[in-house]
Design a protein around this ligand. Structure first.
Ligand code: HEM
Ligand code: SF4
Ligand code: SF4
Length: 513
């Protein structure tokens, strides 16, 4: 891949859309300082900016145009990507629906901008847009008439248009804010290298191909040859070729289809996380790590001596289990009887996870025994299992409490642990890979304990499509473990077999998971 995950623009499409919005805003403010809101002055003032003040005004105009176009590209790619990655159903319906509504505001913002230049393209846009609205049949008098002859249009109408070109983007911004309300820690700023690279590209484009007008509007003539902007005006030729009504039908059906998508048949959702108050000390780690704001901390209700307790909103919970990975009470070192953490996943409880690990690792043989932890949205683990490799799939790799890694290695259930999941920076559950990395590096609670030999731990963030890469990583890790030999804590030889704790695991039948 040409870009590392951190600077791959495809992983930052929402943030890039925000960034382009700000570029459009700043350049727009500059243009507006010199802009004349009158029929005669508009074209003249834009020409002044483009040709006389080309070094600033012309560049601002081009940045305004190209950043608007770029925003259409990033928003449409963002939509396609969220769809392709299946991130639009279940509790994500909210981001999807608000996103679809944003499309209308985005197009309305861009299209209203073309009117203001008052060149031949603006005349075309004005005429075709009003014809399109007339096609709705809700206006008493056809508004397109205003653009068919001299004198019908006055400066007041023009002021109204500039007002709309400022007002609609303000609603777009409000909509963008609403869009990310339910996404905790939403990435609205792209990484710095992307910001710099994008700004340089836009500026180079502004100098190489400055945005130009297409000759002054003349209501006395019929606009025929214009070069429409394919980013915002792709549907406009259809209004001419078909009819306004048919294009309304197309836009309406398209919007409706998008709006209904989240309720199409879907893969089964995981049940929501459940809090067990008797084990919750209100530390707030689940609250801090949940990517969807589904956990809230509220004042204690059960009299235990802690100020707060966790509470899950099942309507917001995707069942990713990242909160379990964050909870200090979800540790396999606790006695099995007590292994009910403060927060748990009904589909795969912490106790179940422990049982499955023990069952899966028990038959492993060799000096390179590996326990692989993967995730439901990452690579398929079935093919990896063999006599030296056990695997367990979790709802998200962020659902794995780091203490489980410690448990597997220090109790000699395997010689090494491999974590795999979505491509870094593109986690299906948004933050699972990022939180896992930070927990492993001691930057985020709960930390992986220092005593865990890091050479016995490997990560492979490869995503579901790159099985071959995962196989290569696994082979390399096995080779490394073979060279290391069996794990000896503190230099002592390992016990022949894990000493069974008489208090643990009584009456437990292990299933291979
Ligand atoms: C002005 C246009 C838009 C902007 C600025 C924007 C921005 C964003 C941002 C910043 C995020 C958070 C990303 C993260 O941190 O993980 C996001 C998430 C999302 N967006 Fe948009 N978006 C826009 C339009 C759309 C459209 C048109 C759709 C689809 C119809 C859409 C669907 C989604 C979905 C489903 C998520 C949630 C992803 C998740 O839960 O993992 N967005 N958007
Ligand atoms: S992380 Fe666990 S102990 Fe801490 S508040 Fe959440 S459920 Fe309670
Ligand atoms: S399972 Fe995921 S979405 Fe649900 S509360 Fe836990 S971290 Fe939040």
């Amino acid at each position: 891949m040409a870009f590392g995950p951190k600077i791959n623009p495809l992983y930052h499409l929402g943030a890039l859309s925000f960034f382009f919005f700000w570029v459009v805003t700043v350049s727009g403010i500059y243009i507006y300082i010199f802009f004349e809101t009158s029929i005669d002055g508009a074209y003249r003032s834009v020409e002044y900016l483009t040709h006389t003040q080309w070094y600033l005004g012309g560049v601002a105009r081009s940045l305004h145009r190209y950043a608007s176009d770029a925003m259409v590209i990033t928003v449409l790619l963002h939509l396609a990507r969220e769809f392709a990655l299946d991130r639009y159903r279940g509790v994500r319906w909210y981001a999807w629906i608000t996103g679809v509504l944003l499309l209308w505001f985005l197009y309305a913002s861009g299209i209203s901008g073309y009117w203001l230049v008052w060149d031949r393209l603006a005349q075309y846009v004005a005429l075709v847009t009003t014809e399109w609205f007339d096609g709705l049949g809700i206006f008493g008098e056809p508004i397109a008439r205003n653009f068919l002859n001299h004198g019908a249009l006055d400066d007041r109408f023009f002021s109204l248009m500039s007002f709309m070109h400022i007002g609609i983007p303000l609603f777009l911004l409000l909509g963008m804010w609403i869009h990310i309300l339910r996404i905790s820690g939403a990435k609205t700023n792209p990484p710095r290298p992307i910001v710099i690279g994008t700004l340089l590209t836009l500026t180079a484009l502004a100098f190489a191909y400055p945005a130009l007008s297409q000759g002054p509007a003349d209501l006395g003539t019929v606009v025929s040859v214009v070069q429409p902007d394919w980013f915002y005006l792709a549907l406009y030729p259809l209004i001419d070729i078909w009819s306004p009504g048919m294009v309304w039908a197309l836009a309406g059906i398209g919007t409706l289809a998008l709006l209904l998508l989240p309720w199409m048949p879907r893969r089964p959702e995981q049940a929501a996380a459940v809090v067990d108050l008797a084990n919750c000390n209100g530390c707030g780690r689940c609250f801090a790590d949940c990517p969807y704001g589904a956990v809230i901390l509220q004042p204690r209700t059960d009299g235990l001596p802690f100020p707060s307790q966790a509470q899950v909103d099942p309507g917001l919970c995707t069942g990713c289990g990242i909160c379990v990975g964050a909870c200090p009470t979800a540790t396999p070192f606790r006695r099995v009887r007590d292994l009910i953490p403060g927060i748990d996943m009904p589909a795969l409880t912490t106790r179940d996870m422990r049982h499955r690990i023990l069952a899966a690792t028990a038959p492993l043989v060799g000096a390179d025994r590996i326990m692989v932890f993967g995730c439901r949205s990452g690579p398929d683990l079935t093919a990896m299992r063999d006599q030296g490799v056990a695997a367990l799939s979790l709802p998200c790799i962020g659902a794995l409490p780091p203490s489980f890694i410690d448990f597997v290695i220090s109790r000699h259930h395997a010689d090494g642990v491999l974590l795999t999941g979505c491509v870094a920076g593109d986690c299906y559950q948004r933050l699972g890979v990022q939180w896992t990395e930070q927990r492993l590096q001691g930057q985020r609670d709960p930390y992986l304990r220092g005593r865990v030999p890091r050479e016995r731990l490997a990560t492979a963030w490869v995503g579901p499509a790159d099985q071959a890469k995962l196989a290569r990583e696994l082979a390399a890790f096995r080779e490394r473990l073979r060279r290391l030999g069996p794990y000896r804590r503190g230099g002592n030889p390992p016990p022949a077999a894990p000493a069974p704790d008489p208090r643990e695991d009584r009456n437990v039948t292990y299933r291979v998971g």
